[in-house]
Design a protein around this ligand. Structure first.
Ligand SMILES: NC(=O)c1ccc[n+]([C@@H]2O[C@H](COP(=O)([O-])OP(=O)(O)OC[C@H]3O[C@@H](n4cnc5c(N)ncnc54)[C@H](O)[C@@H]3O)[C@@H](O)[C@H]2O)c1
Length: 268
């Protein structure tokens, strides 16, 4: 079992929701935590909450606001985090965005999804890998989504970019696992955060009933770190859905289409 006590951890998008819960949990477990968010006030508030939950070890939490997606933003975050932590042991690429719609979503909407949900992970890996390979150890945890294994009804940019984020995490894992690099992908369904609250009624209908609290995701992540599995599934039933999709794609697509039609009929 891998311990996080004393580990240097960076969590992006940790000003709220899943990232904030991860940061609090890492701090409570005794890690040294860098709390990043685009929203500086949220990052500050979340870092203060982490420090409080870490008790006497609270001084080992710092807020580092900024953009964790752009090339410059990622370079600044990783540079400053390295200065403060020494080396980054665990990097949680958690920041994400969701927007509703299909092909008609405009270029800016698609670009934002690519930048935050995918390129943020690529840019972080680019800077993290060399030092990790040199010391034979490093750990990347990507917050993907069940949408990366399945799909998300009503959001093409989210489905597509979360599939890409999962593909990138898989690629890193299969390429570097023999060199001490651990890569894990968190793939929850609905989680009670601002992101879920901001989705439309269809999102709430689909994900609301089985939604879990962000703390439950953090709990699943701790169990995942302990056993090292690639896929961290805070909703265990997602494993069966993923299997059924792979075993019979047409049947799965037919079932999903039926669900889309019933949601449309309800909305009309
Ligand atoms: N809530 C869900 O139902 C759910 C389900 C599966 C996966 N996820 C994923 O979990 C992750 C966290 O989402 P959440 O549900 O906690 O939502 P959230 O909106 O509460 O948190 C996301 C945070 O990311 C920050 N952020 C956005 N862009 C950023 C950037 N470029 N740099 C730094 N910070 C940035 C936001 O300011 C926000 O505080 C996302 O990747 C999301 O796709 C969420």
């Amino acid at each position: 079992m891998k311990s996080v006590v004393g580990a240097g951890v960076v969590v992006t998008g940790a000003g709220s929701g899943i990232g904030a819960a991860l940061a609090r949990r890492f701090a409570a477990e005794g890690a040294r935590v860098v709390v990043n968010d685009l929203n500086a006030e949220a990052a500050q508030r979340s870092a203060a909450a982490c420090a409080a939950s870490a008790g006497s070890a609270g001084r080992r939490v710092i807020s580092m606001p900024g953009d964790a997606a752009s090339a410059d933003g990622v370079a600044e975050l990783i540079g400053r985090a390295r200065e403060w932590l020494g080396e980054i042991d665990i990097y949680c690429a958690n920041a994400g965005v969701a927007n509703i719609g299909g092909a008609e979503v405009d270029e800016a909407g698609w670009n934002l999804s690519w930048e935050v949900n995918v390129m943020a992970h690529v840019r972080a890996a680019r800077l993290l890998l060399d030092p990790w390979l040199e010391r034979g150890e490093g750990h990347l945890i990507s917050t993907v989504s069940a949408a990366g294994l399945l799909s998300m009804i009503g959001s093409a940019p989210y489905s597509v970019t979360k599939h890409a984020a999962l593909a990138f995490a898989e690629w890193l894992s299969l390429t570097y696992r023999h060199q001490g690099i651990t890569v894990q992908a968190i793939c929850p369904q609905g989680v009670r955060t601002a992101m879920l609250d901001d989705l439309n009624q269809v999102g709430e209908q689909l994900l609301g009933p089985s939604a879990i609290q962000p703390e439950a995701v953090a709990e699943a992540v701790m169990a995942g770190i302990a056993d090292g599995r690639f896929l961290i599934l805070p909703h265990p039933e997602v494993a069966g859905m993923y299997e059924r999709r792979a075993a019979n794609p047409d049947r799965w697509l037919g079932g999903m289409n039926k669900l889309v039609r019933s949601l449309q009929a309800e909305a009309d």
